[in-house]
Ligand binder design. Structure first.
Ligand code: ADP
Ligand code: MG
Length: 486
């Protein structure tokens, strides 16, 4: 019997806001434990929550990015449970009237190779709701510590339909979702900092069957690759259990990234276990059309739309766009460069190859140097492209000086001047060098005249050597051909 997988994801994303969801205490990461707390976060008697306007605006923005229906009215509910990471013993969340309904995430499945665009599809969303984050527990052998710094931060839960069918689709979904949210400034989605977290619901069913199988919820998936690996393992585990005549129990399982297997944590609780009821301390939120229309104006172009536009309007190859488009700042850098030199393909090549290489060489263990710290600006890049294009320097010289421009921030033209690297297009001087090279290499001359086209390359190489790479190759070619045919 062959089994097919069905997966639905619940993704939590911390909204990048100055203060927490229901209080003015700042949101933060890496501060000393339990310093970002107050009576509201700690649920002390008498403390009252006040909604964070920015968090609601950003949630509406996410809904618009992902094509959701924005609720006319959404409300707050208490989700009741006891766990030490939550001082109030209830979490303020949204139960039956979430802020966004429906929506979709466009995904790309890799093509035959990295130089061609893969296939695209839209994965359906169920809903998005806003809630408050909980604290963080750290477990040791005999005791556990709790840090409430994260508790009360605005947290979005993005719930997909069971509309993903392989570990690779899951990977593509998370990558695309993260790129879109980062683009729109919703969150940095850094999984290491817990800014994006994912629970995966996995089931299998006999191939061709339309009914869904029993689902297992996977926890502790800490990286996008971790999610892919955990889901892959779980699909295999469930398929082989069924093949051996066993049954799947609905439960929550924990992914162990080191040992690469899942273990049962607890049987799954049901919604009614939480005794949801409307939070009496908070008013429902009315969202009118004007508000939505105004936020619509702030929606940036989505990464895949940008990628298609770069291919169609700028004529970029797919491979360049897939290096540029996950990073909005890099795309802006590219477009600004093009506006100054109108050489889209050349500009993209410098950015994708040379600039990215220098940024990663200048980086540290936290990753490449951020683009906004680089001394190389679109003005530098455009000037360099123009110098090559108008024949002032050869592309080899440009490659050579790129790292120095990057490191020093010197303008390319000034650096070329300073180092005396300007390409020699002075035909009188070049002609005498060509003649000299021809008389020094009579054999190559003989061969060329005898019909061996390639022999001219040896002569060109000698001219370039004699001019330390500064001769304009096009002019050298013309001159040699003229001299050889006379
Ligand atoms: P619960 O009530 O257990 O929270 P939901 O119906 O709210 O379950 O679904 C939670 C997530 O699980 C959603 O992302 C949904 O797409 C996914 N899901 C639901 N049923 C299945 C299934 N049989 N197989 C895989 N995923 C599922
Ligand atoms: Mg649910």
């Amino acid at each position: 019997m062959e089994y097919e997988a069905v997966i639905g994801l619940e993704v939590h994303v911390q909204v990048d806001t100055k203060s927490k969801m229901f209080t003015r205490t700042p949101r933060g990461y890496g501060e000393p434990p339990n310093t970002l707390t107050d009576p509201v976060v700690m649920g002390l008697p008498g403390a009252l929550p006040v909604m964070n306007f920015e968090a609601i605006e950003k949630s509406i923005k996410v809904g618009l990015l992902l094509g959701c229906e924005i609720a006319k009215v959404c409300k707050w509910d208490r989700k009741n449970y006891f766990y030490p990471d939550m001082p109030k013993n209830y979490q303020i969340s949204q139960f039956d009237q979430p802020i966004c309904l429906g929506g979709e995430v466009e995904i790309e499945m890799e093509g035959e190779n990295r130089s061609v665009m893969g296939s695209h599809r839209k994965v359906q969303l169920t809903r998005i709701h806003l809630e408050e984050d909980v604290g963080k527990l750290t477990h040791f052998e005999n005791d556990s510590l709790v840090d409430y710094n994260r508790a009360g931060s605005a947290l979005l839960e993005i719930v997909s339909e069971p509309d993903l069918f392989s570990p690779d689709e899951v990977f593509a979904y998370l990558t695309s979702l993260r790129n879109s949210l980062v683009y729109a400034g919703i969150s940095d989605c850094d999984m290491e900092k817990g800014e994006m977290r994912c629970d995966a619901n996995v089931s299998v069913r006999p191939q061709g069957e339309s009914e869904l199988g029993t689902k297992v919820e996977l926890k502790n998936l800490n990286t996008i690759s971790g999610v892919r690996n955990g889901v892959e393992y779980e699909i295999k585990r469930q398929s082989s259990t069924l093949r051996e005549g066993g049954t799947i129990s609905q439960e929550t399982r924990r992914w162990n990234p080191e040992q690469k297997y899942t273990t049962a944590m607890r049987s799954k609780e049901m919604a009614h276990d939480y005794r949801y009821f409307p939070d009496p301390d908070l008013m429902p939120v009315e969202i009118d059309d004007d508000w939505v229309e105004r936020i619509k104006l702030e929606i940036p172009e989505m990464p895949f739309d940008k990628q298609r536009r770069f291919m169609e309007n700028h004529g970029l190859p797919y491979s360049s766009t897939s290096a540029l488009c996950p990073d909005r700042k890099l795309c802006d850098f590219f477009e600004e460069t093009v506006s100054k030199c109108s050489q889209a393909k050349k500009a993209a090549n410098w950015i994708v190859n040379d600039l990215l290489r220098e940024l990663s060489a200048a980086g540290d263990e936290n990753g490449p140097m951020p683009l906004d710290q680089s001394k190389m600006t679109p003005v530098h890049c455009a000037e360099l492209v123009t110098l090559v294009e108008d024949g002032s320097i050869s592309s080899n010289i440009a490659k050579e000086i790129f790292p120095e421009i990057f490191a020093s921030g010197k303008m390319p033209a000034a650096l070329v001047e300073e180092k005396g690297l300007k390409q020699t297009s002075d035909t009188t001087e070049l002609e005498s060098i060509c003649s000299q090279v021809m008389s020094d290499h009579p054999k190559a001359v003989e061969e060329f005249k005898g019909g061996k086209e390639n022999a001219i390359n040896a002569l060109k190489g000698q001219v370039m050597k004699a001019t330390r790479g500064q001769a304009n190759p096009k002019i050298v070619d013309d001159l040699l051909r003229k001299l050889l045919s006379s």
